[in-house]
Design a protein around this ligand. Structure first.
Ligand code: GDP
Length: 301
């Protein structure tokens, strides 16, 4: 068993390769939920949905979210009636959000909802939310504070980022299921996801860092040179006083990751890090990187 810490794009690209090389039931994924939100009465867990759809083989891998070939009849109708829905939610995707919202209203934990939805799609990998309680990544901008999805989707990442912080009623705690899966795993892989909005929310959950102590923990940089491969990581890293580089990611994960992978194209080498081609532009490149990482895990570094 290997446990992956994942957001909704970079790490799922790596999982695409991993599922070709490992038995799916030996893959466990602890997923960021700090981008979750209620919309039109339903519960969206964008990163969890991406990971489930990936294993189900129905993910739209052009956008890395949503279901391939989905239709948008309900979304268009809601917009026509003046609804505020700023995320283009597909009809089949929405069915999942409706089911999840119903399960949560009935009192199920997010972990139970996720297991149930994984079963519906025949997913054999274990997909787990980082926590069962709500936490959101909030972006402070000159126009005010907003949920990460508002910043990135509604306002297309245009507002200046002044501060990034988490909002919650109670500090999030790692679930018992996530702790057990780490305990059973030969290694933990911190995938190449956005450190500020995807990985740190997971690592901030109480109990997870302690659970990872003594394990082989491989972290993969989501940056090449001084920029992300995609997405808004650069201004978000800078808001934390960090540069969007492998070096600052390495510093952020110091004391947590035991092995660090940077991209071969980085203009500098981090002492002790492994350099690999981490650009997963197609399925083959995802498999190649996954293979190299598995070899590294087997050798223990
Ligand atoms: P989000 O939840 O959609 O924001 O996605 P993630 O946090 O999982 O992933 C976003 C990060 O993935 C960005 O910082 C990208 O730089 C990184 N990323 C995307 N594609 C690749 C890739 O092919 N290789 C690597 N190393 N990083 C990638």
């Amino acid at each position: 068993m290997i446990t992956f810490l994942s957001g909704g794009t970079g790490t799922p690209k790596l999982l695409l390769g991993m599922r070709e090389l490992m038995d799916e039931s030996d893959i466990s994924v602890i997923v960021n939920t700090a981008e979750d939100l209620w919309m039109s009465g339903n519960y969206l867990s964008p990163d969890i949905d991406t990971v489930i759809y990936l294993f189900a083989g129905i993910l739209d891998t052009q956008r890395w979210w949503g279901i391939e070939g989905d239709t948008y009849a309900t979304h268009e109708e809601i917009r026509r009636h003046g609804g505020e829905e700023y995320l283009a939610i597909g009809d089949r995707d929405r069915a999942v959000h409706i089911l999840r919202g119903e399960m949560l209203r009935r009192g199920l934990r997010l972990t139970e909802c996720t297991t149930s939805i994984s079963r519906i799609f025949g997913v054999r990998a274990q997909v787990l939310p980082m926590s069962d309680t709500a936490v959101n990544t909030i972006i402070s901008t000159p126009e005010g504070e907003m949920h990460f999805q508002e910043y990135w989707v509604r306002f297309r990442g245009e507002p200046k980022v002044l501060r990034v912080h988490r909002r919650f009623e109670a500090p999030p705690i790692t679930t018992g299921e996530a702790l057990s899966t780490i305990a059973e795993s030969a290694a933990v892989v911190i995938g190449p996801s956005n450190p500020v909005t995807s990985i740190m929310p997971i690592l901030e959950c109480r109990g997870i860092k302690e659970a990872m102590k003594g394990k082989t923990v491989v972290a993969v940089s989501p940056f090449m040179g001084d920029r992300p491969f995609s997405g808004p990581a650069a201004p978000l890293m800078r808001a934390w006083g960090l540069e969007p580089t492998a070096m600052d990611t390495y510093r952020l994960y110091r004391g947590i990751a035991t092995l660090f992978i940077q991209d071969v194209r980085d203009p500098y080498r981090i002492k002790g890090a492994y350099a690999m081609d981490t650009l997963m532009s197609d399925r083959k490149k995802s498999i190649d990187l996954a293979e190299e990482i598995l070899q590294l895990v087997e050798q223990g570094g």
